[in-house]
Write a protein that binds this ligand. Structure first.
Ligand SMILES: Cc1cc2nc3c(=O)[nH]c(=O)nc-3n(C[C@H](O)[C@H](O)[C@H](O)COP(=O)(O)OP(=O)(O)OC[C@H]3O[C@@H](n4cnc5c(N)ncnc54)[C@H](O)[C@@H]3O)c2cc1C
Length: 286
């Protein structure tokens, strides 16, 4: 049970949602956009969030698109991870999102919610980080379209009232060869087997005509794509063993050391995952 009362709104347009947000904010109701609600509900139960109003985004048509339009895949922010997975339109995203929580919870968790999550894993963003994703955002000044990397560093850099509408990815990225792996404290999460667990390491590798792109969650305090690390992975003058050693030096933050795993073990898993990815792409022709 949520131990306080709050107002619930379900607007039918993005403009209405944004205008409601600012209205409610001016009344100091600490409004929050509401996707699947799993995080808002869990944190409210724990007295870690106190929205006096939530704005459900699932009635907004733009947030519910999931299709190819011309040469772009358009995914609405209110689409659940299960819907994205079942559509099978972007297999790498299916795998990243399909390993979050279990099937029942993925029926609730939305792509927008996962990416804006306070829980720092945000695994679905990995597929979008390596695929030149663009994000369509509505706010009080109208709609803007921006590259994901321009509004994501350690988390999404959104202004109050910014509403994520859609993510778009060029079709060619959705069919590139990839390798992905999630390891939890219980072991491998073999897609599509259901096993709940935050990642010790979730890694994705996309092979763009022989150039490997990579992004990780669980290793450092936030998900990241590192161009420096990719330069090492793609350096043909460096041996595979040297690549593993140099990659560890390219991480953007210290490796996490917590109750789930020591930093040393996470580094071991990271090295194994890199070795697996390099092996996987060995001999692939483009
Ligand atoms: C049991 C369980 C297991 C989990 N396991 C994993 C895991 O293995 N890996 C992983 O990555 N995550 C995991 N999570 C975390 C989960 O992905 C996040 O909590 C996520 O935020 C939930 O999505 P939601 O749609 O329910 O978000 P909500 O609770 O609706 O919202 C979360 C945040 O996103 C904001 N938001 C939602 N939609 C929009 C939008 N369109 N525009 C702007 N802001 C928006 C909300 O305002 C809020 O701040 C797990 C969560 C649970 C409950």
């Amino acid at each position: 049970m949520i131990p306080f009362d709050f107002e619930y709104y379900k607007p039918t347009s993005a403009q209405e949602a944004v205008s409601l947000f600012h209205n409610l904010r001016s009344q100091e109701k600490n409004p929050m956009y509401y996707g699947g609600g799993t995080e808002i509900i869990s944190f409210s139960r724990l007295y870690q969030l106190f929205p006096k109003a939530v704005i459900d985004v699932k009635g907004i048509p733009e947030c519910n698109v999931l299709e190819f339009k011309n040469d772009k895949l358009v995914i609405g922010a209110a689409k659940t991870l299960s819907q994205v997975q079942e559509s099978n339109l972007f297999p790498l995203l299916n795998q990243c999102g399909g390993r979050v929580a279990d099937h029942t919870i993925r029926d609730k968790i939305t792509l927008g919610g996962n990416i804006c999550s306070r829980i720092p894993f945000r695994e679905a963003i990995l597929a979008l980080l390596v695929s030149d994703c663009e994000v369509i955002i509505e706010n009080k000044n109208g709609i803007r379209k921006v590259p994901l990397e321009s509004i994501y560093t350690e988390s999404m850099l959104l202004e109050p009232g910014d509403l994520l509408l859609q993510f778009t990815v060029e079709k060619n990225y959705t069919v590139m060869p990839f390798f992905s792996m999630k390891k939890t404290a219980d072991g491998d999460v073999d897609y599509p087997q259901d096993r709940i667990g935050y990642p010790l390491l979730s890694g994705v590798f996309l092979n763009n005509k022989g150039h490997i792109r990579a992004a990780f969650s669980g290793l450092c305090p936030y998900p990241f794509r590192s161009l420096k690390l990719e330069a090492v992975l793609n350096d043909t003058t460096v041996s595979p063993d040297e690549k593993l050693n140099e990659s560890v030096q390219c991480l953007p933050a210290p490796i996490l050391n917590d109750m789930d795993s020591s930093a040393q073990y996470r580094e071991f898993v990271f090295r194994n995952t890199l070795a697996g990815a390099l092996d996987n792409f060995e001999g692939v022709e483009f």
